[in-house]
Design a protein around this ligand. Sequence first.
Ligand code: SAM
Length: 280
Amino acid sequence: MSAIDTLPPLRQVIADHGLSAKKALGQNFLLDLNLTAKIARQAGDLSQCDVLEIGPGPGGLTRGLLAEGARRVLAIEKDERCLPALEEIAAAYPGRLQVINGDALEVDPLVHLTPPIRVAANLPYNIGTELLVRWLTPKDWPPFWQSLTLMFQREVAERIVAQPGSKAYGRLAILAQWRADARIVMSLPPEAFTPPPKVSSAVVLLQARPEPRYPADAAILSRVVAAAFNQRRKMLRAALKGVAPDIEDRLRAVGIAPTERAEQIGLEQFCALARTLEQS
Ligand code: SAM
């Protein structure tokens, strides 16, 4: 393995700092620095960007991001055992790495970041979807981030990029694809991680679109899609009964048969339905 910096190999870092992986914190570490540099490159040219990283752990991806030229990295890590290792990285890249010891669901990173901002992370599996939904559903668009380069369990990655008619298609696909361009850019087997998780993983790149793909009110679209997919096996006229009393007429008005199921309906039609509800 060739070195990307002059810091010790990650296996040594883990041994030196006693960083045995904790399952409760979703700790599956990437120890191959060539691989973490490759993930960092998926985020594009970072030289003019601040990068937000969630869960740096022993710092494999952090080192990849810095070696690939990120202007600054802000890393939020819950496990305080990782802090000494991260301090060594900060010392090797003076002024370019800030570490916050805290819970990514509670810390507001924006006060510490200067735009343009990109997000890159090998996310802890237990909070990955929740963070993604938050990043995709801010009140105002465009969001604080230009792109998200995120490692997920393969099954979650597939839900993000899913197309109508597939089993993986649902609320996450619609939220992701309405206001961002999303694609899987890397696939990783369990053995890429220490310890290996039970399932494969994938890196998804989401690039924020300047405007949503189709006009719609975010809150109404969100409500319609949540109701439609909450009862995904029901016909839409039943699943959406609570959304509007005349839902059958509204469905027909935008070319959706009331007997269809949510998984057959594309993003454009969901947005059209949301627009008719705006006028009620
Ligand atoms: N980035 C490292 C890597 O790629 O080797 C570690 C990735 S590991 C999948 C997830 C990391 O997120 C762990 O270091 C874990 O301690 C941290 N983590 C878990 N829950 C967190 C939370 N709520 N806020 C911040 N970090 C968290």
